[in-house]
Design a binder for this molecule. Structure first.
Ligand code: ADP
Length: 657
């Protein structure tokens, strides 16, 4: 009663201990995990900032490089403009610059800041105009036929300029008179003469191209095929910037020709228009070689260093020029340089930098295409941190789990050891008490009967033996536990071991109700064994056979040889073991039924000692048992091969738990 109460108390104490220790361990892991997570979080934030900063630095460098390239680009542009404008006539320069993509339009200025091309017409005022054909002009409103005749006479002059103007007027009168054929003849034949090539009217307009246009207008109705041919011819002339047609006339003719014949397209017309719009606006030609806005919306101007050439750009053209100029500065994906006009702002720009001269007021900006790309870069780094953190946490968790297991095991062992001490003490008390009772009875009887005395003494001897064996086992176990058990291996005849074990128990096993049978095959080979240790193992097995069998005990011990190994088999007809118990019985302190074990005088270390001894002999132990039908424990030890190597040695083997 007392013992089981004590055990219960010890059990609950150690359970509480285990609980607190596990809780402590859990808290330790929890606290360190929280700290780790905190550090991880800080590290991740720092990494994000660092990556952002690194990227910003790289982008700043990129922008600075872009700014340098822009300054260089404009400088070079200015030099190129000056050189090219000096090398060709203003109209040719205009045409080349526009079709070469230098700008959307260019204007070439003379030294007195007067535009050379495109230029406005030099229109003579009415008072300045000489009155050339007074008679013809007088009759023209009322009698166009007469007027046409008078103009024909006037056209016979040797002065090509006057002749051309007279022919022009004649064609006009013929048309008014309804004589289209004659008018066409004047326009396409007479006026086409080579000597009228450079003739111009009072507004400075070339007469020949105007006459051609007029003819085309007339022919469109009458002879479309010829009209188209003449249109193509006129188109080629208009595209030739070397022929000195004034820009205003060229622009007018281009537009008109395009209206008549849609297939006539003029790539320079837009540039002519833009230049004209610029020149018609209030403009300035600053000499600072900077990019300035003009009074035209969305149009920018850049003046070459000596103010000889003004380039005009639509915003989109300017941006693409800037983009080209800085393309090489774009060092890395995904950063793309953007150009922000003066007074504008780029929302969500990652870094910005003033563009500097000649783009005063402009800024350069880099906006990452999306914030995700930055995240992508940092996420790669962060993933490393997270994995490290996760692995550390997993490792900490695993360690804690393993430690908790070890701790529980250790506590269980401590508990078992405590139990062992309690058990052994209890086991010692029983034989001592019975011996004391027997001796007291003997001493107190005045004339003891010799027969009874003998019986009592035999009983005392048996108890003594039991006591010695118990203490012996306990000492062996303690030595094994401390790694202090030493063996003395010698070539040993198995029969000797068998006899020694049988002799040790024979007296106890002798009874009319019990059968104890010892058999040994003849001529067994020697085994390398510590005879005493092996005998102890066998005695333990015999003891168990005796303890765990009923009143009609049938115990056998047999020695033999099988497959080169000597075996010792101990069989009983006892209570047997279930397969589950069979797997556990060799563990320390294991008792299939502790009540029965302790009543029979056991503490659960006997089989553990047996296994230890057998393994030290390089042997093995097997159990065949069925509940209620008895058990057979078989020890197998390999037969000694070379008796010459006889020696003893100390074995430093841990018992297997
Ligand atoms: P104990 O001191 O309890 O006998 P042992 O280590 O010798 O300790 O045995 C462990 C347990 O194995 C025993 O408690 C018993 O339950 C079981 N056992 C051992 N030998 C036999 C056997 N011959 N028959 C049935 N059970 C046995």
């Amino acid at each position: 009663m007392f013992k089981s109460a004590l055990r219960k108390l010890a059990l609950s104490v150690s359970r509480a201990q285990a609980f607190w220790l596990t809780l402590l361990l859990f808290l330790a892991v929890l606290v360190s995990s929280v700290c780790l997570l905190w550090f991880l979080n800080q590290a991740i934030n720092n990494e994000r900032l660092a990556i952002r900063q690194r990227l910003a630095d790289a982008c700043q460098g990129q922008l600075a490089l872009a700014r340098e390239r822009l300054a260089l680009f404009w400088k070079q542009t200015s030099v190129d403009l000056e050189t090219d404008a000096g090398a060709s006539s203003p109209p040719s320069f205009f045409s080349n610059a526009v079709s070469g993509g230098t700008a959307d339009a260019v204007i070439v200025f003379g030294t007195n800041r007067v535009p050379l091309y495109p230029a406005s017409l030099t229109d003579l005022s009415a008072t300045e105009r000489p009155v050339l054909f007074p008679h013809a002009a007088a009759v023209e409103p009322n009698d166009p036929i007469r007027a046409s005749q008078l103009y024909a006479i006037a056209a016979s002059t040797n002065d090509p300029q006057i002749a051309a103007m007279a022919l022009q007027a004649r064609a006009r009168c013929l048309l008014r008179a309804g004589d289209t054929d004659s008018a066409l003849n004047v326009l396409t034949n007479e006026l086409a003469d080579q000597r009228f090539l450079l003739t111009a009217d009072f507004q400075g307009r070339r007469i020949q191209p105007n006459a051609q246009l007029m003819a085309i207008e007339l022919l469109t109705e009458i002879d479309p095929v010829q009209a188209r041919q003449r249109a193509a011819h006129l188109r080629a002339g208009l595209m030739d910037y070397g022929n000195g047609i004034p820009s205003a006339q060229r622009r007018f003719l281009m537009r008109r020709l395009h209206e008549i014949d849609r297939s006539c397209v003029f790539p320079t017309l837009a540039a002519e228009d833009l230049a004209d719009r610029f020149l018609s606006s209030t403009f300035e030609i600053p000499g600072d070689s900077m990019v300035h806005p003009t009074s035209l919306a969305g149009v920018w101007q850049f003046t070459s260093s000596s103010r000889r050439v003004v380039c005009l750009y639509h915003t989109s053209t300017l941006l693409s020029k800037l983009g080209h100029a800085t393309a090489l500065a774009e060092i890395s994906h995904p950063a793309r340089i953007e150009f922000i006009e003066p007074g504008h702002e780029r929302e969500g720009a990652f870094v910005t930098l003033p563009a500097g001269p000649p783009l005063d007021g402009w800024s350069l900006a880099i906006a990452l295409p999306d914030q995700r790309s930055l995240e992508l870069v940092s996420n790669q780094r962060i993933r490393v941190y997270l994995w490290t953190g996760a692995l550390s946490l997993a490792a900490a968790g695993l360690l804690a789990f393993v430690s908790a297991g070890l701790m529980r095991r250790q506590l269980a062992l401590t508990r078992l050891r405590n139990d062992l001490v309690a058990n052994v003490t209890h086991e010692l008390k029983t034989p001592l008490a019975s011996m004391r009772l027997l001796t007291e009875t003997l001493l107190n009887s005045p004339a003891p009967d010799p027969q009874t005395t003998r019986e009592y003494l035999e009983l005392i001897e048996r108890e003594n033996l039991r006591l010695s064996r118990l203490i012996g086992n306990f000492l062996t176990f303690s030595r094994i536990e401390r790694n202090k058990y030493s063996f003395d291996f010698k070539p040993t005849p198995p029969a000797m071991v068998l006899d020694a074990a049988a002799a040790a128990v024979r007296e106890r096993f002798q009874s009319n109700d019990w059968r104890f049978q010892v058999t040994c095959a003849p001529d067994l080979p020697d085994i390398m064994a510590d005879a005493d240790a092996l005998a102890t193992a066998l005695i333990n097995l015999l003891d168990n056979a005796w303890k765990y069998s009923g009143d009609r005990k049938e115990i056998q011990i047999e020695g033999g040889i099988e497959n080169g190994s000597v075996f010792f088999a101990v069989s009983d007809n006892g209570i047997g073991l279930s397969p589950r118990e069979t797997r556990k019985i060799f563990k320390r302190f294991y008792q299939a039924d502790p009540r029965r074990g302790s009543s029979a005088g056991g503490v659960g270390i006997g089989l553990n000692i047996v296994r230890f001894i057998v393994q030290a002999h390089h042997g093995r132990i097997d159990v065949v048992s069925r509940p209620g039908q008895g058990s057979t424990f078989t020890i197998r030890i390999p037969a000694a091969e070379t008796p010459a190597h006889v020696h003893s040695h100390e074995l430093e083997t841990h018992p297997h738990h």
